[in-house]
Design a protein around this ligand. Structure first.
Ligand SMILES: [Zn+2]
Length: 69
């Protein structure tokens, strides 16, 4: 669904995180999408936890510290 590395290079990491967080929230709410599916493979370079959407570099398989515990 996402092909953002070019977008990320253009608008920067912080803006990308904001845009994608909003997108995932809308998709989850309106279309009943799973944020894990949307963000799969993208969490590492975005530094986003796919579970709670917090921004962190402490990720393991796309999950932040608090979502892992
Ligand atoms: Zn999390």
């Amino acid at each position: 669904m996402l092909n953002d590395e070019e977008v990320l290079n253009t608008i920067g990491l912080q803006k990308s995180q904001q845009v994608i967080t909003q997108m995932v929230k809308i998709a989850s709410r309106e279309y009943d999408c799973n944020s894990g599916e949307i963000l799969e493979g993208h969490t590492d370079y975005l530094n986003l936890c796919y579970c709670c959407l917090s921004i962190t570099t402490n990720l393991d398989n796309g999950l932040c510290n608090s979502c892992r515990s």
